[in-house]
Design a binder for this molecule. Structure first.
Ligand code: CTP
Length: 395
């Protein structure tokens, strides 16, 4: 994913410096060319050899016994970088960067770098909340730096509060966001429904389905990485979405319908990847449900067909995409669904194979449009998500 990209990591003196070893390792696994610059203070917490072993590149520090040519190296690395992350960033280094002070390898290289620059502060909570530090961060934001805010928690000094370096996963996500994908969906508003719906039988019991939300969340995450403004209307799932994605949690088919009906006009693409119940027990409030522990005698009513509603009410230039889960006659049934629901594309899923459909990481999907049928290769849901997004751009 990061092949051909150069990531420069600036590490300052903080106990959290050890986390950057994991980050460097994760970046290498994604095939990035990783370079680390340490401040002198960082050497108190970690050794350059650790980074050199992981990255395969010389770790730059301000000690002349390490035989580097200061002037040449800092400029060439600044030019080579596709992104520069300072993490953990101490109050001291943030102050220097905000004031334009370049008195070591890290600050000099950063100053010469014209690409995206990220700062992830880590320090004692009172230092973090100090208005001088906050002013410095504001100044950096004004100049286009992205500040990755520290987390709350118990700090190395024993205090509790904001100041912990965020997790490696968050740092990795931000790097992938900036350099992992072309922003070919920039400016597009994408709404994705994902996961199961949950229909109450009575105040305690419910009916649901096996949808894990993996497919919908994969599409949402990829759309976000490709620059779209993404909203997920989500049933209860364990899947994770990038922080910049707006999530509206729902439970029943009715609550999903209500949210989508109220919001659908603001979106360019609406992708119904949720497994929505076709029927729901008649309202518990209406007291029509006979309680019986052994033999539930439910009266059911049809839910709103959300995809059909969207197809019938779509605005010009709005594209509506549905999913179809079929056990047989995949193509014919999906073609019929495309027409019946006035959708622009149906992503047809075969659920006969144990490696496709619900609860697994892989899928086999055929994309059905009015005048074209395209089978995507069997793949991970993440890669299939990219294939679906490539296709919606052609609608
Ligand atoms: N869908 C919906 N509202 C419903 C039921 C389904 O919007 N009440 C959407 C699903 O999110 C999916 C598509 O419709 O994108 C097709 O769902 P599926 O269950 O395969 O088909 P149904 O329309 O329910 O038709 P059938 O069960 O007869 O195959």
């Amino acid at each position: 994913m990061l092949k051909g990209k150069t990531v420069v990591l600036g590490v300052t003196g903080s106990i959290a410096a050890y986390k950057i070893v994991d980050l460097a390792s994760s970046l290498k696994k994604l095939h990035a060319d990783v370079h680390v610059i340490m401040t002198k203070n960082a050497l108190n917490f970690i050794t350059p050899i650790t980074f050199e072993t992981i990255t395969g590149n010389k770790c730059l520090v301000d000690t002349f016994d390490r035989n580097f040519e200061f002037n040449v190296e800092h400029v060439s690395l600044a030019k080579k970088a596709d992104i520069f992350l300072v993490a953990p960033a101490s109050a001291n280094v943030i102050g220097k960067i905000a004031s334009g002070i370049c008195d070591d390898m890290l600050t000099t290289t950063l100053f010469a770098c014209t690409k995206k620059k990220l700062i992830a502060p880590a320090m004692n909570t009172n230092m973090y909340l100090n208005p001088i530090l906050q002013d410095n961060l504001e100044k950096l934001k004004k100049y286009g730096y992205e500040i990755i805010e520290p987390a709350d928690g118990i700090l190395a000094c024993g205090d509790t509060g904001k100041g912990r370096l965020v997790g490696v996963d968050v740092l990795l996500d931000r790097i992938i966001y900036h350099i992992g994908y072309d922003k070919d969906l920039k400016g597009k508003n994408v709404l994705i429904s994902a996961g199961p719906t949950v229909e109450a039988i009575d105040p305690v019991r419910f009916i649901t389905n096996h949808s894990s939300g993996k497919m919908g969340y994969s599409i949402a995450n990829k759309a976000y990485l490709r620059g779209a403004n993404v909203t997920i209307v989500s049933g209860p799932v364990k899947e994770k979405a990038y922080e910049g994605i707006n999530i509206i949690n729902i439970t029943s088919a009715k609550s999903m319908f209500d949210v989508i009906k109220d919001n659908y006009k603001s979106f360019d693409y609406i992708i119904m990847a949720a497994a929505v119940a076709d029927y729901t027990p008649i309202s518990v409030a209406e007291n029509k449900i006979k309680k019986s522990d052994s033999n539930l005698n439910l009266e059911l009513t049809r839910t709103n067909d959300i995809l059909k509603f969207l197809g019938e009410n779509k605005l010009p230039n709005q594209k509506i995409i549905g999913f179809s889960m079929e056990t047989e006659n995949l193509i014919e049934n999906s073609k019929a669904k495309l027409a019946k629901k006035n959708a622009d594309m149906i992503c047809a899923n075969s659920i006969n194979n144990k490696n496709t459909g619900f609860m697994v990481d892989t899928n086999l999907v055929t994309l059905i449009k009015k005048d074209e049928i395209k089978e995507l290769p069997f793949d991970t849901k993440e890669n299939i998500a990219n294939g679906i997004l490539d296709e919606i751009k052609t609608l």
